[in-house]
Write a protein that binds this ligand. Structure first.
Ligand code: PAF
Length: 280
């Protein structure tokens, strides 16, 4: 696996691949990889001729006081895993390579970018959209792979791809969970053993909502009440949001119909975790 740090070199490699007609699958990450990230790479490998991954802890998507400095950085282990999964090139630029002094342009996806995590973390999705747009320009992938766990991020990026005419397919990959249901996240590393147990309530609340839907309850107000009781009576949990929304616009839905997104964000101790389900 070739490791590339410069934008110019990365662009050169990708230009050459495209000229040769090689299809490029791209898995952008912030490192601290887990099986969820590897599932993106595996899907990319199965659908594209070559796979490029990136590791870049993007300062622009963290607000002051958030966990940018503490965000886990496990570069050597990440490289071993990506290489084992058959990634051809890893793009791992420094911050000054991505944001040289004088760079002032950002991308804001109005409306959608201010909903769910965008409401709780103002400016977060401008940071995400800006870095992903830059990565798309540098790598020009045919397909780009993102985890469904970050459902709001996917909605924001889909809108950006459509609005800015990016010539690529954005692929959403299923949430990968531990055996007990906890959705994999790089931030799970922050959890102490008791906090990890407490964190299971996110999946439990979603499962209860899913079961109520299966039993015929579709009213969002009733479903949210069920989830809220579970979350709010759990120890060590502070709910940020629990919402039933349209998966594309992220606007609230009065009824949880097929394709609606049930999304939750909560603090477990100081760690903010998210999870969601798509109504079947
Ligand atoms: O989902 C992530 O890990 C990040 O938000 C992304 C898409 C790599 C942009 O920094």
């Amino acid at each position: 696996m070739k490791i590339v740090k410069s934008v110019a070199e990365m662009q050169g490699i990708c230009r050459e691949l495209r000229t040769r007609g090689v299809s490029i699958g791209f898995a952008p990450t912030m490192g601290a990889l887990h099986r969820g990230h590897l599932s993106l790479v595996q899907r990319a490998r199965s659908e594209c001729q070559t796979v490029i991954a990136s590791i870049f802890v993007n300062p622009l998507q963290f607000a002051p006081g958030e966990d940018f400095a503490q965000y886990p950085r496990t570069f050597d282990e990440d490289c071993r895993q990506l290489e084992a999964e058959g990634v051809a090139v890893l793009f791992a630029p420094e911050a000054k390579e991505m944001y040289p002094s004088g760079a002032v342009t950002t991308i804001t996806v109005s409306g959608i970018g201010d909903r769910l995590d965008g409401a709780s973390r103002p400016g977060h999705f401008t940071g995400v959209a800006t870095v992903v747009a830059k990565l798309f320009h540098i790598i020009a992938p045919h397909r780009a792979y993102f985890g469904q766990k970050d459902a709001a991020q996917i909605a924001v990026l889909r809108q950006m791809v459509q609005d800015l005419n990016f010539d690529l397919e954005l692929v959403s990959c299923p949430i990968v969970r531990d055996a007990d249901g906890l959705a994999l996240s790089s931030r799970n590393r922050y959890l102490s053993f008791p906090e990890r147990e407490q964190a299971l309530v996110l999946h439990r609340a979603l499962t209860e909502i899913e079961q109520s839907i299966a039993h015929g309850e579709r009213r969002s107000s009733a479903l949210l009440q069920i989830g809220r009781i579970t979350l709010e009576t759990a120890t060590g949990i502070k709910v940020d949001y629990l919402a039933i929304v349209d998966a594309r616009s992220l606007l609230p839905e009065a009824s949880a119909e097929r394709g609606a997104l049930v999304a939750v964000a909560a603090y477990v101790g100081r760690t903010r975790l998210i999870d969601n389900l798509l109504v079947a």
